[in-house]
Design a protein around this ligand. Sequence first.
Ligand code: KIV
Length: 257
Amino acid sequence: MNKFKNLINKKNKSKIICLTAYSKNIASILDNHCDIILVGDSLGFVLYNFKSTRSVSLDMMIQHSKSVRMGVNNSLMVVDMPHNTYRNNSEALRNAKKIIFETKCDAVKLEGGKKIISIVKYLIKNKIQVMGHLGILPQSQKGKFRFKGKKLVERIKILNDAKLLEKAGVFSIVLECVETSLANTITRELKIPTIGIGSSSSCDGQVLVTDDLIGLNSINVRFVKKYSNVTKYINSAIINFKNDVKKKKFPKKKNSF
Ligand code: KIV
């Protein structure tokens, strides 16, 4: 069975695990545990301190994805198409092909619903596998991020967008900060899996930014749970190294030639 059918078949059977990676070493750890590894344009926030993911370029995504690819053997590898790389059909196809050709990823992710539906259909018609992304859309968001689905019009729009994306042929949809009962309705009404971030346990799977989860990126938002404090472990290793060098305990003879 192909990787995508396999993933869709997990719906209602087994929760789907998705995490972000921006480089080989992290990707190779995640690869033993994840169904999907996402090279997210969140790397603009996490690695480059950008104020918005709109500043992330195609070259940056490709460069990081090439590194990630070296660590991925089992998981589905999905790469975010950055802002302004899918404004019309031909631009989207050219850039999606470039991403897939250069990084050997399995699929691309695009943000939006009805507004980009003809582009999504065009990519799929051209044999590009697409993951959807609804709720908070960081590439179009102006101002503060606020959860989605409070107002009825917004709820109806997001549900319709999800149905349109499914009909267009996406294999899965990320729901970012969507109100619980709406995430629940979308998940129930779709045959493809929903992957939530800040969208409750109703979703078919969950995604987080790995650097947030392991405590490498200091972020304090409601939908992140910090499972480790990697910064602390790195600090202690560096202090030990520094002390050893100062006290001439490192390098030893066995470390020398
Ligand atoms: O860019 C990203 O990492 C994402 C996830 C947070 C879903 O889109």
